[in-house]
Design a protein around this ligand. Structure first.
Ligand code: HEC
Ligand code: HEC
Ligand code: HEC
Ligand code: HEC
Ligand code: HEC
Ligand code: HEC
Ligand code: HEC
Length: 419
């Protein structure tokens, strides 16, 4: 089943590539094709991805029941597969206590607290591309709802049940309809602290029927049991999803490891678990690039890094750091068990495992301290993502993301250096 990590946690290399192609297509909402070609970004409006299965006409008539309470009981099947991060934390306290603060950990969760956006006042409205249609976000008795209002009449209302995204750039929501998850049409977009039309939804008419396929959860969750093997499935055997990218997504299902070490407390050598320190650089990078490897084929000159082209690995591979060394691992610079975002000094130290500040030439002496702590500001300049366009009241916004093609970016670097 392509949607679950296999026994040892690493998808076989070829399967991983195959899964990636499928996932990328899925996210871009391109029609499935047996011979995927190069992925050409198209404007978000054209990618509605509306399934044939659910007639759009149903939407206006409020056809989906609003589920009153999510059932979060694991089936035996699930209990046998994953143990969940808290259990790992019993014996790996430090890794656990660090990991719970990471964006990976928070990248999906069942909504129990207030989501980041506004639920009353002016900020709780979202206008659409259609003057007769707007959306209202509201809180009622501790639950949160999005309502489409057309010509003054509420036409469809759905609850915020699951959040996708830790909220660094934004957060998309999904609602349960029986055993199926559907993406909600309104997304929270962090850079402007405002509600925006969810990427992939048509901006001018009310829709709530875009399935939240298991593709999203493949990259944003640890474990789930789909209701069928169909790769575009958005139905789940139960609502018990192991939310967030947690321990077992990278180390493999932990049941056997945990049972063994609980029964053999004297054994200090690990059994039945993937230790990514013991695999090759390429395999370790493949582990991360299941979700961060992104675009297939050659990177064209105009192909930019993007949230859902996820091409950190391809970009990194273009760097001299990668090609002229023994190969660099994602984990040479990133510790998956710790929240490190924004810690420039720490990242700069990692560059200085291989480089020196004086490599930057004549400009250094005047601003040594600045150079020493800002390597990525000059050498990994953020680029606007071409594949996610956010249509906002302030115009189209392309969120920016760091470029992992590490290099001297002459104009910008020198401008920053002289400032
Ligand atoms: C009952 C205690 C226990 C639990 C629970 C437990 N582990 Fe371990 N784990 C160990 C012991 C003992 C070792 C070997 C000593 C060490 O490396 O800390 C180990 C080692 C590891 C290693 C290093 C592997 C190696 O080859 O050195 C990883 C990775 C790991 N565990 C992951 C996990 C994950 C993920 C979970 C949750 C699914 C988990 N552990 C739950 C006891 C446990
Ligand atoms: C199962 C998919 C998956 C795997 C495997 C994965 N990631 Fe991620 N990663 C994500 C997602 C999804 C996010 C976005 C989290 C968010 O903000 O919601 C992310 C975010 C990140 C971030 C940004 C964190 C921040 O706070 O800015 C880094 C760095 C990162 N991943 C590194 C890695 C590394 C290194 C590996 C391999 C050891 C890895 N990832 C493996 C899915 C994955
Ligand atoms: C191929 C793996 C992959 C798939 C499939 C995928 N995502 Fe992501 N997503 C990521 C990664 C990786 C990031 C983090 C981007 C980064 O920082 O590089 C991310 C980021 C996001 C963010 C922003 C999170 C934040 O905190 O800023 C949202 C929202 C999001 N994804 C929603 C979705 C939805 C909805 C789907 C399904 C339609 C989906 N993703 C499918 C990998 C994926
Ligand atoms: C995004 C992927 C990812 C996640 C999530 C993750 N790990 Fe790891 N883990 C790794 C990688 C990669 C390494 C090897 C690190 C290296 O190369 O130095 C590792 C190493 C380890 C080790 C051995 C080295 C050490 O730090 O002791 C243990 C134990 C471990 N992880 C436990 C956990 C536990 C427990 C969790 C959940 C709380 C967890 N990991 C979550 C990727 C991950
Ligand atoms: C594992 C070692 C390693 C790490 C870590 C590393 N690099 Fe490199 N880097 C190299 C090697 C090797 C080269 C090629 C040097 C040469 O050609 O002489 C290189 C080249 C470069 C270049 C020149 C690129 C070009 O196209 O000429 C820059 C700039 C650079 N690195 C910046 C960084 C920054 C910034 C970081 C941290 C974010 C970093 N490196 C981390 C090994 C590394
Ligand atoms: C040479 C060092 C280096 C290597 C190797 C590296 N990264 Fe990064 N990465 C960074 C730095 C520096 C940042 C910025 C950290 C911060 O957010 O403060 C970053 C940020 C990120 C982010 C967040 C990007 C954003 O703008 O939101 C993701 C996701 C990520 N890295 C994934 C990866 C993955 C996956 C790999 C392996 C293919 C990788 N990185 C390899 C240095 C590196
Ligand atoms: C203010 C911008 C800036 C910062 C910060 C900065 N650099 Fe540079 N770096 C440059 C410029 C500009 C050059 C090109 C210098 C030249 O060609 O004389 C350069 C050159 C380099 C080179 C050599 C490239 C070559 O030609 O081989 C390396 C390696 C490098 N930097 C690494 C780093 C590391 C590591 C850090 C952090 C400790 C860092 N840089 C911080 C601007 C910066």
């Amino acid at each position: 089943m392509p949607s679950q990590p296999n026994e040892n946690g690493l998808l076989p290399k070829f399967a991983a590539v195959g899964v990636l192609i499928v996932l990328v297509l899925l996210v871009l909402n391109l029609k499935r094709s047996h011979t995927p070609g190069p992925i050409v970004p198209t404007p978000a409006v054209e990618r509605t991805g509306l399934p044939d299965r659910i007639p759009i006409a149903q939407v206006g008539a409020v056809s989906f029941p609003i589920v009153e309470k999510a059932i979060v009981e694991a089936t035996d099947d699930e209990k046998n597969q994953w143990v969940g991060a808290a259990v790992c934390g019993e014996c790996h306290k430090e890794n656990y206590e660090g990991a719970i603060h990471t964006s990976h950990f928070k990248t999906t969760f069942a909504i129990t607290n207030t989501p980041p956006g506004h639920f009353d006042g002016k900020g709780s409205f979202m206008r659409s591309g259609n003057p007769r249609l707007h959306y209202e976000m509201s809180e009622e008795g501790g639950r949160y709802f999005q309502t489409a209002v057309e010509s003054g009449k509420p036409i469809h209302k759905a609850s915020f049940d699951v959040a996708i995204g830790s909220g660094k750039l934004g957060q998309t929501y999904a609602t349960w309809v029986k055993d199926a998850l559907f993406e909600l049409p309104v997304t929270y977009f962090t850079p402007i602290d405002s509600w925006v039309n969810s990427p992939g939804y048509p901006p001018k008419s009310a829709h709530f029927e875009r399935p939240l396929n298991n593709g999203c959860l493949d990259c944003h969750a640890t474990g789930f049991v789909p209701a069928s093997d169909h790769e575009m499935n958005n139905r789940y055997k139960s609502r018990h999803i192991i939310m967030g990218v947690t321990c077992e997504r990278c180390h493999g299902k932990g049941r056997k490891h945990v049972d063994f070490h609980r029964a053999n407390p004297g054994v200090t050598e690990a059994k039945h678990i993937v230790d990514p320190r013991k695999i090759t650089v390429a395999e370790r990078n493949a582990l991360c690039s299941q979700c961060h490897g992104g675009a297939t084929g050659k990177m064209g000159p105009n192909q930019k890094p993007g949230v859902h082209s996820n091409n950190q690995l391809q970009r990194l591979k273009k760097s001299a750091c990668f090609s002229k060394s023994e190969g660099v691992s994602c984990t040479d610079c990133h510790n998956p068990h710790s929240f490190e975002r924004g810690n420039k000094k720490l990242f700069a130290q990692r560059c200085q495992e291989c480089h020196q500040v004086d490599d930057c030439g004549d400009l250094v002496p005047a601003k040594r301290a600045y150079f020493a702590e800002n390597c990525h500001t000059c050498h990994m300049e953020p680029q606007p993502m071409q594949d996610i366009k956010m249509f906002t009241t302030q115009g189209v916004v392309l969120p920016e993301i760091l470029d992992h093609y590490i290099r001297v970016i002459p104009e910008k670097s020198i401008k920053t250096a002289k400032k």
